[in-house]
Design a protein around this ligand. Structure first.
Ligand code: ASP
Length: 324
């Protein structure tokens, strides 16, 4: 398996900046935001110039939503929810509107959100009629004593809490349907979405939303709504949102493992993330990546797949968008 964390020049600059910042263990950014739109075996030949431009434009618009909220002193929780809502509404990605199909031709969406200040979290799994699962996850976090709700119970709870319910035909996109057909021949649509953010109050948040894996067996739940696997935020360490082959991210508790390496071993964000994504997961064939921001405002994006749709911005003006 290939390992390519930083392919673009801006990432190289960014990484060296990270190293010296971490050495001082000081706040380097009062706010920072990173987003992903899924990781996988994408190569430039698979995309036309127009398609690349379209993905980059959507990532940029989503990034700008987060930047505006954080710059205005808004909370990281609002930033990650609003960014992910935007990406859920965009049919290009495998979340919300563009969710992929299960093997029985339906859509079962998963999402989770977590607030690093008090370790509160909310998630929904296997829902097929909630327009924006990330907002339902936030309601579970804020309006219920639970963390994870599934299926019909989650939908009923969401509708009782003011979340928009849609007919399941809303999730039909030709692209996802074709992805299912190709999945039967082993291709798949990438595009889980996620956002992590640090706000000027020092609070970290993480949010992730997905349609899961194309052609998954119906009833299957991936890593995204499992707190500590695909989504995690803790003000004492970092916020993480993952994308990739969910079963590996669950078994290796990827997001919490990165946080734990920082908390118990004192590793920097980039060392902790790369230990898990570039070593542990690679050794067992767990393909995918993560986006992360730590309590100091450092951002790190790491993936062991060929590509990951991604973007980031910090208070200091560092900024980038990339795919391959
Ligand atoms: N992690 C997601 C899942 O396993 C899929 C993905 O990120 O592509 O459900």
């Amino acid at each position: 398996m290939k390992s390519k964390t930083f392919l673009l020049p801006f990432f190289l600059v960014f990484v060296s900046a990270l190293s010296c910042q971490m050495a001082n263990n000081q706040k380097v950014n009062n706010w920072a935001v990173a987003i992903h739109g899924g990781a996988g075996a994408m190569i430039p030949d698979d995309y036309s110039q127009e398609e690349v431009a379209e993905y980059e434009a959507e990532l940029t618009t989503a990034l700008n939503i987060g930047i505006t909220i954080l710059k205005d002193g808004g909370s990281s929780l609002d930033a990650v929810e609003q960014v992910v809502r935007y990406l859920e509404d965009c049919p290009l990605f495998n979340a919300g509107r563009g969710a992929v199909f299960t093997n029985d031709g339906k859509n079962e969406l998963d999402a989770a959100i977590m607030f690093g200040k008090d370790l509160t979290a909310g998630a929904v799994a296997g829902v097929g009629d909630i327009k924006n699962p990330i907002s339902a996850a936030r309601r579970v976090m804020e309006n219920s004593p639970h963390v994870l709700m599934v299926g019909k119970g989650a939908s009923l709870f969401a509708s009782q809490n003011g979340i928009e319910i849609v007919d399941s035909s809303y999730f039909y996109t030709e692209k996802s349907y074709q992805a299912l057909q190709r999945a039967l021949e082993r291709a798949k649509k990438m595009g889980t979405v996620g956002c992590v953010a640090l706000d000027i109050e020092g609070n970290l948040s993480a949010a992730t939303s997905t349609g899961g894996m194309t052609n998954k067996r119906y009833g299957r739940v991936g890593d995204v709504p499992i707190i500590g696997a695909g989504t995690y935020a803790n003000n004492s360490t970092c916020a993480i949102s993952a994308t990739g082959h969910g079963e590996f991210f669950i078994r290796y508790t990827v997001a919490h493992d990165i946080s734990a390496l920082m908390e118990y071993k004192g590793l920097s964000l980039d060392m902790a993330a790369d230990e898990v994504v570039q070593r542990k997961l690679v050794e067992v064939g767990g393909e995918g990546g993560i986006i992360a921001v730590d309590k100091w405002g450092n951002v790190h994006l790491s993936f062991n797949s060929l590509g990951m749709f991604r973007a980031f911005a910090t208070e200091n003006g560092e900024r980038g968008v990339g795919i391959f």
